[in-house]
Design a binder for this molecule. Structure first.
Ligand code: GCO
Length: 474
């Protein structure tokens, strides 16, 4: 009897492992034979670069990050590498015209940037009109340059007064956020059609409430779940507010307002494909990081579960009708294994057989194809809102750009509806807890002089934008 049971269990394990391997979608194509001039894109495809206010503007001294950058952990180490502070950053606040010219020089037709909540609302429900005037200037200069604005409303930072009130842990944040969104929609609506409500909610919640690397530096999965649920509620409300207020069609395409959310999709794969526990870890992390939020937009219920640590479920009625598009940030793949000594018994690490970026992220272009396939099932337009590399190596940057754009093109050939690609980032900037040392920019920034220089490895992006062909009809 016992022997039969053991045989049955072993058989089940083998069959399940075979099934996972069979279903695993590992794509391959000839990456070394990419012919840029052979790539075809739909007319109106958006080519651009992305930034976020805190990382580039400078003078963001009234938000949670300003507090975080000046604080220390329990071992008296500064929160940011080498005790760096964002300070003037890339001085984009003052240099935005020159920076938009840089976008033009590479042939981009769109720019993803964020408005800094703490500058727009220095106090609860108060609008700083001179700050809004600044963003209107940015939008007008973009318009004059033929560059489409793509505005992110929350890119990781919150005002210091909201931080003191518990940030997104506190459901009051929903009301403060939607008040801010309404004010921005009223003032920038005439210039902007594309709105991203939140950037990478899961990264935000994990880094701030699980890994303790971003403010508020907590380690509590249950709080992370609460933060995410509040963010999804806030997204739902912001979607309707934006549609109600922004009725002016800035780019003359007949649609005045297009609202989406930006989701980072890291790929989680088993370190050992023949070992079922690694598959289970990979699937568990995928469910936690990727599916939890994506599924909420289908099921109208946000579920966040991990072993017996967190078991969260909240209905969000109406959520399924609140995406006009979805933004994909794609950077890398993680290999996963069961590890009794690690937190939550799971360990992830980069595939060292692949080339690595300065962030120690493995370069895995096929992952872009796979994540596009994954969100392609939503059946709504997709924008790649971030994809890029931190490296000092020109060859690696060139290769990265070429292979990822090729992977995107492959997905489009397989009928995934991609409408735009934004390289992260336009220029070097403040990489959060990593400080200024990790250089993602297309343009190198000399922080002493603020001089920008196009990197050799970025030339390919300019060449590509200028040489790809456009389809007349789909
Ligand atoms: C994020 C953000 C960006 C980062 C970029 C590189 O994903 O953390 O959207 O602000 O700078 O992704 O890490």
């Amino acid at each position: 009897m016992i022997i039969n049971l053991v045989i049955l269990v072993v058989l089940a394990i083998i069959l399940l492992t075979i099934w996972f391997n069979y279903r695993h979608n590992d794509v391959k194509w000839k990456e070394h034979e990419i012919d840029v001039s052979g790539l075809r894109f739909p007319k109106g495809f958006l080519w651009g670069a992305a930034t976020s206010a805190h990382q580039v503007e400078g003078g963001c001294d009234r938000n949670d990050w300003a507090i975080w950058e000046r604080s220390y952990d329990l071992n008296a180490y500064p929160r940011i590498k080498n005790g760096q502070q964002s300070g003037k950053a890339a001085d984009h606040w003052n240099r935005f015209r020159g920076d938009i010219d840089l976008l033009k020089q590479i042939g981009a037709n769109s720019y993803r940037f964020s408005v800094e909540w703490s500058k727009v609302c220095p106090q609860p429900n108060k609008l700083n009109t001179s700050v809004i005037d600044h963003y209107i200037d940015v939008c007008q200069y973009l318009h004059h340059s033929g560059v489409n604005p793509f505005v992110t409303l929350h890119h990781f930072t919150i005002p210091d007064w909201l931080y003191e009130r518990g940030g997104f842990e506190n459901p009051d944040a929903i009301h403060y956020y939607t008040d801010f969104v309404g004010k921005v929609a009223e003032t920038l609506g005439p210039y902007v059609d594309y709105w991203a409500t939140f950037n990478e909610p899961v990264v935000y919640a994990m880094m701030g409430w699980v890994f303790g690397k971003f403010p508020p530096g907590k380690k509590d999965l249950c709080l992370a779940a609460r933060v995410l649920a509040n963010i999804l509620q806030a997204h739902y409300q912001a979607y309707h507010i934006l549609h109600e207020i922004d009725r002016s069609d800035a780019d003359d395409d007949g649609i005045p307002c297009k609202v989406g959310i930006v989701k980072n999709i890291p790929l989680f794969d088993p370190a050992r494909k023949w070992w079922l526990p690694d598959w289970i870890v990979a699937k568990t992390l995928h469910r936690l990081f990727n599916q939890s939020v994506l599924d909420a937009f289908i099921a109208e219920r946000f579920k966040f579960n991990l072993w017996n640590v967190v078991n969260f479920s909240q209905d969000i009625p109406g959520l399924s009708n609140t995406l006009d598009w979805i933004g994909l940030n794609y950077y890398t793949q993680y290999l996963c294994r069961l590890d009794w000594k690690s937190d939550y018994k799971m360990r992830t690490y980069p595939n060292l057989k692949l080339p690595q970026t300065d962030m120690n992220w493995a370069i895995y272009p096929a992952g872009l194809y796979r994540s596009l396939q994954m969100i392609g099932s939503f059946g709504i337009p997709i924008y790649i809102t971030e994809n890029g590399i931190a490296t000092e190596d020109s060859g690696l940057r060139k290769d990265f750009i070429l292979k990822h754009i090729n992977a995107m093109h492959e997905a489009m050939l397989d009928r995934v509806d991609v409408r735009g690609y934004f390289y992260w980032s336009l220029m070097d900037n403040f990489e959060w807890a990593e400080g200024f040392d990790k250089r993602f920019g297309l343009y190198h920034v000399d922080y002493k002089t603020q001089k920008r220089t196009l990197k050799d490895g970025s030339e390919i992006y300019r060449e590509l934008i200028q040489s790809v062909q456009y389809k007349q009809h789909d």
